[in-house]
Design a protein around this ligand. Structure first.
Ligand code: IPM
Ligand code: MG
Length: 358
């Protein structure tokens, strides 16, 4: 097949990890007779420097025209001034919103071979295999915000708004995905306090009627945060609003052992999606060639699966990553004695890919 992929490497370690994922995709193309074409575009801090905006028009147009977008990371201390009008994150948030990518899929399946690198006891990680479906274009991230004078000086506000339609479409997707898994959806909210959460719960219960074969349970976000590090193996599909999902997925990364390992897919109504590792731009290690490319390479696997419908190819990439990790091929974040560099890790995964499934 033919597919066009827009790359937005972004800032910090973004370009280093995206490069490795691109090489993996090229290898997949060669091996399976697909033609993937790549274009590269500015997003985030580098776009602010070059164009004065975090999401230049040409970047948005290219992402709209592509079959899929592969993103590195945005942000860094250079653009961290809290009073700045333009911020790198606006590029990412603007892209998610403009492409209407309302669902962010973040699978967490720690490899047994890596259980020693997690700070959690191995028995807490055993059997963990869940998928977080995070709402991505609503809630506090996109509600009205501002500052105004107050009696004691100044006050600031952010607003959380959710409509039934916004809740239903993401909850429905969670149920559909649960059908292909262990058929359990945990809807996470704060319904004991927030009105948006009470509506969320109500819509989740209504939507569940369309899926009688899938079990629905509700959990408050604070206790879900605890259960993630005590009994995470009980989870199958978690579905939650934007901000809760942001926080819970960083926490969930601890189960896998490193933020550098986890991929994500952001999807909307059509096949086009945005794929990115869940880690940030890691400015402290940028430019040293030591970042872990696995999260981005696994995001490329999700791209093959969800945007290009190439399931076999996606599974092949995941198997190659697992084999490399199981053989002890690790980057520095995984605590290896003689760690591989970013490009060595990428090359190792490509070699496993060439060898094919065992
Ligand atoms: C993520 C990130 C982003 C978010 C930031 C960079 C805006 O933390 O993708 O999880 O909060 O969504
Ligand atoms: Mg986050």
């Amino acid at each position: 097949m033919k597919a066009s992929i827009a790359l937005t490497p972004g800032d910090g370690i973004g370009p280093e990890v995206v490069q490795e994922a691109r090489l993996v995709l090229e290898e997949v193309g060669r091996r399976h007779g697909h033609h993937f074409s790549f274009t590269e575009h500015l997003l985030g801090g580098c776009a602010i420097d070059a164009r004065g905006t975090a999401l230049p028009d040409e970047t948005l147009a290219a992402c709209r025209a592509a079959d899929a977008v592969l993103l590195g990371a945005v942000g860094g201390p250079k653009w961290d001034d809290p009073t700045a009008k333009v911020r790198p994150e606006q590029g990412l948030l603007g892209l998610r919103k403009a492409l209407q990518l309302y669902a962010n899929l973040r699978p967490v399946r720690p490899l047994p071979a890596l259980s020693h690198i997690s700070p959690l006891k191995p028995e807490r990680i055993k059997g963990v295999d869940f998928l977080v479906v995070r709402e991505l274009t609503g809630g506090l991230y996109f509600g009205a915000r501002g500052r105004r004078p107050s009696e004691d000086g100044e006050q600031a506000f952010d607003t959380m708004i959710y409509s039934t339609g916004e809740i239903r479409r993401v909850v429905r997707l969670a149920f559909q995905l649960a059908r292909g898994r262990r058929k359990l959806v945990t809807s996470i909210d704060k319904a004991n306090v927030l009105e948006t959460s009470r509506l969320w719960r109500q819509v989740a219960i209504e939507t569940a009627k369309e899926f009688p074969d899938v079990k629905l349970e509700h959990q408050l976000v604070d206790s879900a945060a605890m259960r993630l590090v005590t009994h995470a193996a009980q989870f199958d599909v978690l579905v939650t609003e934007n901000m809760f999902g942001d926080i819970l997925t960083d926490e969930a990364a601890v189960l896998a052992g490193s933020l550098g390992l986890l991929p994500s897919a952001s999807l909307g109504a059509g096949p086009r999606g945005l794929y990115e590792p869940i880690h940030g731009s890691a400015p402290d290690i940028a430019g040293q060639g030591i970042a872990n490319p696995v999260g981005t390479i696994l995001s490329a696997a999700m791209l093959l699966r969800h945007s290009l419908c190439l399931e076999k190819e996606a599974a092949g990439v995941e198997a190659a990553v697992n084999r490399a990790l199981q053989e002890g091929k690790h980057t520095a974040d995984l605590g290896a004695k003689s760690p591989l560099t970013t490009s060595q890790m990428g090359a190792t995964i490509r070699e496993r890919l060439l060898a094919g499934p065992r």
